[in-house]
Design a protein around this ligand. Structure first.
Ligand SMILES: Nc1ncnc2c1ncn2[C@@H]1O[C@H](COP(=O)(O)OP(=O)(O)O)[C@@H](O)[C@H]1O
Ligand SMILES: [Mg+2]
Length: 351
């Protein structure tokens, strides 16, 4: 322990300012000292100081490990996933129904106290789950077309087929290969959008220019689907990554075309709203139900898998749009009514 009062105050100030929770514990498991983070990490309302460890943590392993530190003098490490709050509820219930994960390290201090440091690993644990889900989704999405490719290639090799059959099987192989290619290029784009260290170059452009690009990329699809498109640009300049905004609008327009029955119209408009540029893509198509609507921006989420695959979709289009909005410090909003149509609004700052 530091000798002078000045030194002691400085040490206490350092401990107080740490992001990790720090508790000083007596051999009777009573908390002698607690920093601010300790209380915050555990959403503990009443003072931690004076409470017993058993009252604060529901972990049955913890008291034994503290005793072990006092007995052996060796540091103990453990992970716990829940705690009891001062109201007696499991905090698991309070934290939006999700568990919290902590890493705890206990060290002996001068033979008299145990110092416990608490690190919140909830975010890391959740990210690990998200990553695992993502990998398993990607594998699944690639496996479907790959199975078709393998199957038809085997048939081409093993069977004596007529010219027409050979061609039609080769066409299926090509279609599925192209689908895999689209998934992979969408994934690469998503990854590059995810990487914050990549600076996307912002340039001056106009809504009119953006629309003519979007139209060039999507018009053949509109014609193939017998969908009329109406573009109405207000005519203003804005600072953005032009290629990314074009990409986002292409994804929205392709969706509007894909999820509308033949003969309908898609309207694409732009306008200034204060400091923001607002792009709207409105269709009179199938629409999206209230329960699906909040989920359509998730990776690989589709309302109707068969319809999505038919349109050449990868299930990543809207999550790419969302990322592009975030990169521009903007927003993307979806409104829809089943059977009536949908409106997607992309808003980004003008500069
Ligand atoms: N304009 C729209 N009208 C109806 N449903 C839509 C529209 N846009 C998107 N969706 C729904 O949201 C899902 C996710 O869209 P997206 O991420 O672009 O993937 P996909 O590759 O399937 O088009 C689509 O599969 C579709 O079910
Ligand atoms: Mg799409």
């Amino acid at each position: 322990m530091p000798k002078s009062k000045f030194e002691r105050d400085r040490y206490l100030a350092i401990i107080e300012s740490m992001a990790e929770g720090v508790l000083l514990i007596s051999h009777k498991h009573r908390i002698v000292l607690a920093n601010r983070s300790a209380g915050e990490l555990m959403s503990w309302i009443s003072p931690l100081k004076g409470s017993r460890i058993e009252d604060v943590f529901s972990s049955s392993a913890l008291p034994g490990r503290i005793d072990k530190v006092f007995a052996t003098g060796r540091t103990e490490e453990l992970k716990i996933t829940s705690y009891r709050s001062s109201t007696g509820d499991e905090a698991v219930m309070k934290g939006k129904g999700r568990e919290k994960s902590y890493r705890i390290s206990i060290t002996l201090l001068e033979g008299k106290y145990a110092v416990m440091t608490i690190t919140d690993e909830t975010m890391m644990a959740r990210m690990a789950v998200v990553r695992q889900d993502f990998v398993s989704n990607v594998s699944h999405e690639l496996k479907t077309p790959l199975t078709a490719i393998t199957g038809f290639a085997e048939t081409l090799i093993d069977e004596d087929l007529g010219r027409e059959e050979i061609r039609s099987f080769a066409r299926i192989i090509l279609k599925n290969s192209l689908h895999m290619q689209r998934i992979i290029s969408d994934l690469l784009l998503l990854t590059s959008l995810d990487r914050t260290e990549i600076a996307h170059s912002m340039e001056s452009t106009t809504d009119t220019r953006i629309f003519s690009e979007v139209r060039a990329y999507t018009q053949f699809r509109a014609e193939a689907g017998n969908i009329a498109t109406e573009y109405e640009a207000e005519g203003f300049t804005l600072e953005c990554s032009e290629s990314l905004i074009v990409q986002a609008l292409v994804n929205l327009v392709v969706n509007a075309i894909s999820y509308s029955p033949q003969g309908r119209t898609v309207r694409i408009t732009s306008s200034r709203k204060g400091e923001m540029a607002e792009f709207r893509v409105a269709d009179k198509g199938y629409g999206i139900s209230e329960e699906d609507l909040p989920r359509i921006f998730e990776r690989f989420y589709r309302v109707d898998k068969a319809r999505s695959r038919e349109s050449g979709g990868t299930g990543l289009g809207l999550s790419i749009v969302r990322h592009i909005a975030i990169i521009h410090k903007g927003t993307i909003k979806a409104e829809s009514r089943l059977g009536e149509g949908s409106v997607f609004t992309l808003s980004i700052p003008l500069r």
